[in-house]
Each structure stands twice: as structure tokens, then as C-alpha cells.
Design a binder for this molecule. Structure first.
Ligand SMILES: [Fe+2]
Length: 182
């Protein structure tokens, strides 16, 4: 049994405070994509879904005085992956995640994009980090419109609970691979 679930992460006040800025819809959708990609690539579905859910938690308020977002200006000066890695790590540790998992998940958040780095990450990512980049890109829309899609909190919790069950099923199978179905 995992110590920390996706629903635990989502319900925490740190997540509540920061995740809405980049969009709950995008976070939940990326977590679902990450599950499938992780399965295909033999990556931990637990780490991948958590990192994908939290990958954009470092975004800060980007709205200008007109209530709009200057996407180009934001992109140019953005360090959300750095802030996100720190927030994700703090959140995971507070919830009791083991330190090794918290580190891998936080570093996957840190390196899910190279938009703030002076060099490209192509070919330098671990399989987990690559899964988060792919899951993020799969839901991306021009001009950052994926951040504006709406999802109710209750709906997000329902989807994440379903995804938690899927993750638990994969982990149970990995722990006892030879068990015959009853
Ligand atoms: Fe994203």
C-alpha cells in the first residue's frame, strides 16, 4: 500500500493553493497520460502519476491588469519548474512520502521542461523525466490554452481516485507477479 496517494496530494492545502494557477484539468489529464506512458516504458506508475499531477505546481500568477496572461512574456521569464520541484518536494515530505520517492518525483518536476535552462535536455532525461515531458506535451495547446480548461474539484478527486486504483492494481501485480487470478 502506498503511503501517499494522488488524492492525498490533491487535497493538501499547498496543492489547493498553487495547482489552480496552472489548471486542475491539465494536471489531472497529464497524470492520466503519464500512467499510460509509464506502463509502456517500464517506469514507476506511482512516481510518474505523482510527478505529472504536480509538474506545473510552480506556476505563479501570470495575469496582467486586464485579467489576461501575456504568454510570451511569461514564457521568457518563467522558472516554474524550479519552484515546482521545491513545492512538490515539500508537499511530498509533509505527507510522509519516503525520501527517495520524493527526490525522484521532485527532480522529474524540475526537468520536465528545459524552457528555463541554457541548454536543451534532449537525450539527457531519465525515463521518468521523459514520461513527464511527453505527458505534459500531449495535453499542450497553442498559447497555453490547456491551462484554462476547467475541471471541478469534485470531478478531479473522482478522476484521481480512479487513477489511484489503477496505480495500486499495477503495484499489486508487480509485487506478486506469479499469483494466479482467483
Ligand atoms: Fe504542463
Amino acid at each position: 500500500m502506498r503511503k501517499v496517494t494522488l488524492v492525498d496530494l490533491f487535497k493538501h492545502h499547498i496543492t489547493r493553493k498553487y495547482l489552480h494557477r496552472s489548471g486542475i484539468h491539465h494536471a489531472v489529464t497529464a497524470a492520466y497520460y503519464a500512467f499510460d506512458l509509464a506502463l509502456q516504458r517500464n517506469v514507476s506508475v506511482d512516481f510518474a502519476t505523482k510527478a505529472a499531477l504536480l509538474h506545473d505546481i510552480g506556476h505563479y500568477e501570470w495575469y496582467n491588469n486586464n485579467g489576461e496572461w501575456d504568454y510570451d512574456e511569461y514564457r521568457e521569464n518563467d522558472i516554474h519548474a524550479i519552484k515546482g520541484a521545491e513545492r512538490a518536494h515539500k508537499l511530498l515530505i509533509r505527507l510522509g512520502e519516503n525520501r527517495s520517492a520524493a527526490k525522484h518525483i521532485a527532480v522529474a518536476v524540475l526537468l520536465h521542461t528545459d524552457s528555463y535552462l541554457p541548454f536543451p535536455l534532449n537525450g539527457k532525461q531519465t525515463a521518468l523525466q521523459e514520461v513527464i515531458t511527453l505527458a505534459d506535451n500531449k495535453d499542450e495547446q497553442p498559447k497555453g490554452m490547456h491551462h484554462y480548461k476547467q475541471m471541478e474539484i469534485s470531478e478531479a478527486i473522482k478522476h484521481l481516485h480512479q487513477l489511484d486504483l489503477k496505480v495500486d492494481a499495477v503495484l499489486a501485480k508487480q509485487e506478486s507477479p506469479n499469483e494466479m487470478p482467483g
